[in-house]
Ligand binder design. Structure first.
Ligand code: URA
Length: 482
């Protein structure tokens, strides 16, 4: 009997070198006892951890790239039988068997199952790692630093580390796990096998995740089984947003009823609105003209473009008439249209939380939109947001310009490309002008960032995380400018 022990931490070279030596000595699979440092007999390694001498009768094993790929995945699995399984397969392949093509062979089935489980673990790690920013030491400047904790099922840290390097190349990061750790400093990707201790990572970023999760949670689409399959419960303890799941599920039915009640208040059909508007004799404004209140009243009967026909009402700006900072979005959404107030729907919730996190009081801001009516396309009972076109934005600019003249903000924040176009008449890439204060001709300061709805729509979890943090940084810069 041969006994051979490996570290068994997902490094394919240690098994490959040992397997090659056993093959070159013609050793049968049944007489090798493979062990790892985790095995029950405790201490790492056998005293006689030696490989056999090669036999002149045996050749170097030749395998397909498909077997190499399969073996690399299987070696990351935590099942202690993986080394024996792979050696048995290697041995059988060396006798000319086209083993991998026999999908019903018990060894192939077992290896494919392990590879699939490793693939799933890899995917979950890319989706569920939550980075927390570590402040730089007082008085120092440098790259931003992040830390994360994750608990993988298998030894996948080395395998998945290059993904994080590509994705988060601009920041320094450290991912700790009980099965090894990975770090990146902009130059070198380092990995270690050593188990790490779970650090205490709770901070205010958790709140941002919870708000984001609550705003994308759609109770009408709730399928608990499906949800727990995508986000298995074992990951919940390390996901800040998971705290919300039980109460969101419990309240789902009530929320669906509430959503249905809101849907009942659909706007009047298109032609009724046109007839109504044509017949309307404008009422004399009650508030003095030349004031913000007067302008708001005037805007109620705005027909400057066609969007008003389908919208429930004008959604005018809101906030102190002498606010020093004005925030400009794109146009009201479904919930704003029904409520008659800007930023009260999902994008508004994300906006509010971010303001809180950076210490801005929303009541001190004047919040408005480039376009004052909700443009949408009816689809069944649903109203699907449609971007206003340039002509509509130009028409509505009349109101925005009056609002700016009356409120006289020192700082104007454009959230998204539509707001930027409304203010400058220029179609620029947001990235080219984002995050820096820009001096405007009228003496005001313009600051450009993304629209919160854009953040809610990013499909890729990793990118979304990055973008949420960037948006928070932008709002922190707004706070400083204020
Ligand atoms: N999006 C906007 O641009 N404005 C709102 O008021 C709501 C969503």
């Amino acid at each position: 009997m041969f006994r051979y022990s490996l570290r068994g931490r997902g490094d394919p070279t240690e098994w490959r070198d040992a397997a090659r030596a056993f093959m070159l000595a013609g050793i049968e699979p049944d007489i090798i006892d493979w062990r790892t440092m985790d095995d029950a007999d405790g201490l790492f390694g056998f005293d006689d951890n030696r490989l056999p001498e090669p036999s002149p009768l045996c050749n170097k094993p030749i395998v397909s790239s498909a077997f190499v790929r399969l073996a690399e995945a299987v070696l990351c699995h935590s099942d202690p039988t993986r080394f024996a399984l792979l050696y048995r397969m290697l041995f059988r392949i060396s006798f000319g068997r086209r083993l991998l093509q026999d999908a019903s062979d018990p060894d192939v089935v077992a290896a494919n199952r392990m590879a699939k489980s490793v693939g799933r673990d890899y995917h979950k790690m890319t989706a569920f790692v939550r980075f927390k920013e570590l402040p730089l030491p007082e008085g120092t400047v440098g790259r931003r630093r992040f830390i994360a904790w994750f608990e993988p099922d298998h030894f996948i840290v080395k395998r998945v580390a290059p993904f994080f390097q590509r994705r988060f190349t601009d920041m320094d990061w450290l991912i700790l796990t009980p099965k090894g750790s990975a770090s990146w400093d902009g130059e070198e990707l380092r990995t270690t096998d050593d188990p790490a201790e779970k650090p205490d990572l709770r901070d205010e970023t958790d709140e941002l995740w919870r708000t984001y999760y609550a705003s994308i949670f759609n109770p009408a689409r709730l399928k608990v089984k499906m949800m727990t399959k995508e986000m298995p419960k074992k990951y919940w303890k390390n996901l800040p947003e998971a705290e919300l799941i039980p109460s969101l599920i419990a309240n789902a039915e009530a929320s669906v009823l509430e959503m249905a009640a809101k849907q009942a208040s659909e706007p009047l059909p298109f032609h009724h609105r046109i007839q109504e508007a044509a017949a309307k004799v404008p009422a004399a404004p009650r508030a003095a003209s030349g004031t913000l209140e007067g302008l708001r009243e005037e805007a109620r009967s705005c027909t400057r473009c066609d969007i008003y026909c389908r919208a429930t009402q004008t959604v005018f700006g809101e906030g102190p008439a002498n606010a020093a900072t004005m925030i400009i979005g794109e146009q009201p959404g479904d919930q704003e249209d029904l409520a008659g107030k800007p930023f009260v729907g999902p994008a508004g919730q994300l906006f509010n939380t971010t303001l809180k996190e950076v210490g801005i009081d929303r009541h001190s801001l004047y919040v408005t939109n480039a376009v004052k009516h909700f443009k949408y396309e009816p689809r069944g009972k649903r109203r699907i947001h449609q971007k206003p076109n340039m002509g509509e934005v130009r028409q509505c600019r009349w109101w925005l310009t009056r609002e700016i003249e009356l409120v006289k903000p020192k700082l104007v924040v454009a959230m998204g490309a539509t707001a930027l176009f409304a203010l400058t008449d220029m179609r620029q890439k947001l990235e080219d002008v984002r995050s820096e204060p820009i001096a405007m001709e009228d003496g005001r300061t313009l600051f450009v960032t993304v629209h919160p709805s854009y953040l809610l729509r990013i499909p890729d979890e990793g990118r979304k995380r990055e973008e949420l943090l960037r948006f928070r940084d932008d709002m922190a810069a707004v706070q400083r400018l204020m």
